[in-house]
Design a protein around this ligand. Structure first.
Ligand code: PEP
Ligand code: CO
Length: 446
């Protein structure tokens, strides 16, 4: 890939940010040794297929929907919960397909999204100084010292929860769960209370008509409506873990991270000379990089040079999370730098992470209309600059949580208390996610 030599453990020569400190180092080494011997979760052929699909999205021939929890929880590794996550992404993808008139590539923040970067190492709860919660693969969320101490066995548990989740996703898809003719996929009760339901109902009717048409047309095999591609992704934060799941493909000689199809570098660890970029530059997977408003055009080009020296299509997704108030100023210079450098990139908009606000009582929330605002502006800016938005990235859940404000049911601050569940950032709930899909479909249609 790159001209400079690379090895899966080469990142160790640079001090990685955001890594937990394990009190029991011997136990940590033992856990990693075991993970190194576990079977891969995904196959190189699947990873290559995603890269091709991403290349298509970059060229405007497909559109990417990436979404899921901010932090997955071990306790949610349950059949129903996994099926619901798959279902909401599937429903959204079909609604988007209608709007963009292109195939939608579905990528879950799922089956491994168990590690979180934090702004401070410690937090104080009830007068007690505790390690911050860093995701279920690192420590427990309960605010007591025993739970918050980083525990290496959680890395192994994270692997097995990822494996169980992915196994269930594969079984559901193979078993026809995604079949568009299956009525459960069109149970949209969650948004019938929305004030925009009449317009959405209209789009939905047209989608259902199209499916019936394809079926009666006979040119489409039943299989084509039931078989879908679904890919997994997570933030590649814990480099020891990511390295342990990095395997050399004997046939091609390439190194793949086989813990997920796509891994991304978070905004806090994207330093060009940092350990994360060093690790990511050598794996053959498509990779994402979160781009926050502190990243200028020169830094962006340096990142692309490091991560994709051969300018391979579908290799790098730039996931911008600039903020509704900043995007007008921050995005155009980045787009122009990519254009004048003739860099192949896949632009994805994450309208969640720069629009987080603190509600009363210290809870984090996000406003549906602000999220939509960043997305709308991002789409328009790309269009005006002669560039192309290739996908969207959301934190969402299929459950009826009350974490983000607004949406079709106009959730208010008073509603947040009702069902606020996230371990980390606030997510769009089922109704808000579907509503968002309908709005994007309309936005991209124009
Ligand atoms: C995230 O995606 O949950 C996250 C922490 O994002 P970012 O790195 O963009 O802040
Ligand atoms: Co988040």
């Amino acid at each position: 890939m790159s001209k400079r030599p690379w090895a899966p453990d080469g990142w160790r020569s640079r001090q990685p940010l955001q890594q937990p400190e394990y009190p029991d180092v011997a136990e940590f080494r033992r856990a990693l040794e075991e993970i190194r011997r576990y079977p891969p979760l995904v196959a190189p052929g699947e990873v290559e297929r995603l890269r091709l699909r991403m290349a298509e999205a970059g060229r405007g021939a497909a559109f990417i929907l990436q979404g899921g929890n901010c932090a997955e929880r071990f306790i949610d590794c349950r059949g129903e919960s996994i099926a619901n996550k798959l279902k909401i992404l599937l429903q959204m993808s079909v609604i988007l397909t209608y709007g963009v008139r292109r195939p939608v590539v579905r990528i879950g923040r799922i089956a491994g999204q168990y590690a979180k970067p934090r702004s401070s190492e410690y937090e104080t709860v009830g007068g007690q100084r505790l390690h911050s919660y860093r995701g279920d693969a690192v420590n427990g969320v309960e605010p007591v010292p025993s739970a918050r101490t980083p525990d290496p066995r959680r890395l192994q548990q994270g692997y097995f929860y990822s494996a169980a989740t992915l196994n269930h996703i594969r079984a559901l898809i193979d078993g026809g769960f995604a079949d568009l003719r299956h009525p459960h996929n069109w149970d949209l009760k969650a948004i019938e209370r929305s004030r925009r339901w009449p317009e959405n109902r209209d789009i939905l009717d047209r989608i259902l008509d199209a499916i019936r048409f394809m079926e009666s047309f006979g040119g489409v095999h039943a299989e084509a409506l039931g078989r879908i591609d679904f890919y997994t992704s997570h933030e590649g934060l814990l480099l020891d873990y990511e390295e342990a799941l990095t395997r050399r493909d004997a046939e091609s000689g390439l190194y793949y991270n086989l813990g997920a199809h796509l891994v991304w570098i978070g905004a806090r660890t994207r330093q060009v000379d940092g350990a994360h970029v060093e690790y990511f530059r050598g794996i053959a997977n498509p990779v994402g990089v979160k781009i926050d408003s502190s990243c200028g055009p020169d830094e962006l080009i340096a990142l692309l040079e490091a991560l994709n020296p051969d300018n391979q299509e579908g290799r790098v997704a730039l996931i911008t999370r600039l903020g509704a108030g900043r995007v007008e100023e921050a995005l155009p210079p980045l787009i122009r730098a990519v254009q004048s450098g003739k860099r192949a990139v896949v632009w994805i908009c994450d309208p969640m992470h720069a629009n987080t606000q603190n509600a009363e009582g210290g809870r984090k929330t996000r406003d549906f209309s602000v999220i939509l605002d960043e997305l709308t502006r991002t789409f328009q800016i790309h269009k005006a600059e002669g560039s192309r938005l290739a996908g969207v990235h959301f934190e969402l859940t299929a459950e009826d949580v009350t974490e983000c404000l607004g949406g079709g049911e106009d959730l208010t601050h008073a509603d947040l208390d009702r069902n606020y569940e996230t371990y980390c950032d606030p997510r769009l709930n089922n109704a808000q996610s579907l509503e968002m899909a309908f709005l994007i479909a309309r936005l991209l249609q124009t």
